[in-house]
Design a protein around this ligand. Structure first.
Ligand SMILES: *[C@@H]1O[C@H](CO)[C@@H](O)[C@H](O)[C@H]1NC(C)=O
Ligand SMILES: *[C@@H]1O[C@H](CO)[C@@H](O)[C@H](O)[C@H]1NC(C)=O
Ligand SMILES: *[C@@H]1O[C@H](CO)[C@@H](O)[C@H](O)[C@H]1NC(C)=O
Ligand SMILES: *[C@@H]1O[C@H](CO)[C@@H](O)[C@H](O)[C@H]1NC(C)=O
Length: 402
């Protein structure tokens, strides 16, 4: 007994045991950016905290409250420490973290690997050690780390900049989830897993289903990934090449959800959510919870869809090119514990009839299998193909039992 106890104590002191457990399934939560940008304050956050509970979102698994750009002051303290904006967070972060923790949630903050954040507040370049210790002393549980801020962002490799903060966070001894946000530059699926618990694979999402407002790259392997303005379908497109890199412990992050933001139809919101879930992206709500419509809340709290995301196998769906029709029909399929998942997406702006044979999906399905369509919640009995009429931009999601 004694030697192993000593080892355990040592492991906890260095943070290794605790660290290994993080991110075994993609993280879930709420982030301020998509709806508030930098315009929020302590009372807004307290309200959002309460809504996470009263709307049933915490019960559905959304247990992180994440403050993006905007919480910090335009300058460090006179002796060089990060500080909250003294007008909007006059009490600092510690009481906020205590309140969030008292509700059973975790608190996240945002920073940057350059001299400045994207909103020109202090970045952590050269201050990694000190800032990590500050976060730990405040009781912060999650750190989103961005890629803006002066020449270091251009001249020093992201591998270097983001590793410095990883090491600093680990040395604090506090368990802090590390969310790497370097917009997919330099193909982080080949190196980011060793650095972040999650790492972004594209430029920022915008509340648009199809039409880009920026975002020049249409595939994952493209040098000019752009900073922002990527549509839901363009981020899905990039996952064709890279969903295979999804692994427990370090998830490719398709960016925050735009469900309930902008004017997407319910079918678009369901398609967006189903793909983020089945592709094992973090599920981070970006909608303003104070004005969220019931129809969007229903999408975000669909237990069967969330279960795909949190499945213990941690395997993403992959694009089934042979049965898909470019620009018209997308079929994605994969494995979940006890069976399979199949997504059938009508990419047209009008309804269409589709027929997809399950034996053509490379899943080893030879005989009829029991299938349930998760958005309707209806069992389809034993089937060997799907024949259905899909609405504009609708996705049917089948969970197959084997
Ligand atoms: C916080 O922001 C809200 C909404 O913008 C505003 O009504 C309120 O007065 C602000 N509170 C403080 C303490 O600044
Ligand atoms: C603090 O936040 C207020 C309200 O958003 C803003 O006007 C002010 O510039 C911020 N101050 C600093 C020093 O960051
Ligand atoms: C995309 O933009 C085109 C041109 O403005 C518009 O006709 C179309 O409806 C838009 N599509 C969606 C899904 O918003
Ligand atoms: C939304 O749901 C709540 C709780 O179920 C209900 O009280 C409210 O009437 C609904 N609102 C609308 C517009 O359907």
């Amino acid at each position: 007994m004694k030697p192993s106890l000593t080892l355990l104590t040592l492991a906890i002191a260095t943070g290794t045991t605790a660290g290994a457990k993080l991110a075994q399934t993609p993280q879930m939560g709420f982030n301020t950016w998509n709806s508030f940008k930098a315009n929020y304050n302590e009372s807004t956050i307290n309200h959002i905290t309460d809504l996470l509970l009263s709307l049933g979102l915490k019960d559905a698994g959304y247990n992180h409250l994440l403050l993006d750009e905007g919480w910090s002051d335009m300058s460090r303290t006179a002796d060089g420490y990060l500080q909250s904006n003294q007008t909007t967070f006059p009490n600092g972060i510690t009481p906020l973290a205590e309140r969030v923790h008292s509700k059973g949630l975790k608190l996240g903050l945002y920073g940057d690997s350059g001299i400045l954040t994207c909103g020109f507040r202090p970045g952590s370049w050269g201050y990694e050690e000190r800032d990590a210790l500050t976060l730990a002393s405040w009781g912060v549980d999650y750190w989103k780390y961005d890629n803006c801020g002066g020449f270091q962002a251009m001249s020093n490799a992201p591998q270097e900049r983001f590793s410095l903060m990883r090491d600093a966070l680990e040395r604090t001894g506090r368990e802090i989830f590390y969310s790497v946000c370097e917009w997919g530059f330099q193909f982080p699926w080949h190196w980011g897993g060793g650095i972040g618990h999650s790492y972004r694979m594209s430029g920022d999402i915008t509340a648009s289903f199809i039409n880009e407002t920026g975002c020049p790259c249409k595939t994952a392997y493209c040098l000019n990934t752009g900073y922002a303005g990527c549509s839901v379908t363009s981020i899905m497109r990039k996952m064709r090449e890279i969903s295979v890199y999804q692994k427990p412990g370090h998830w490719l992050d398709m960016d925050m959800l735009e469900v309930g933001v902008g004017d997407m139809t319910v079918n678009m919101q369901k398609t967006h959510f189903a793909f983020w879930a089945a592709l094992k992206s973090p599920l981070i709500i970006g909608a303003d919870l104070r004005t969220l419509k019931n129809e969007s809340l229903e999408v975000l709290t669909n237990r069967d869809i969330i279960a795909l995301n949190q499945d213990s196998l941690g395997k993403p769906v992959h694009f089934v090119e042979d049965v898909s029709v470019e620009g018209s029909l997308q079929v994605w399929a994969g494995e979940v514990k006890g069976g399979n998942v199949v997504l059938i997406f009508n990419e047209k702006s009008y309804p269409q009839e589709v027929e997809v044979s399950l034996k053509d999906l490379g899943l080893g399905i030879e005989r009829p299998v029991r299938a349930k369509e998760l958005w309707s919640g209806k069992s389809w009995g034993k089937i060997d193909s799907v024949e259905a009429s899909l609405g504009a931009y609708q996705t049917l999601v089948f969970r197959i039992s084997r």
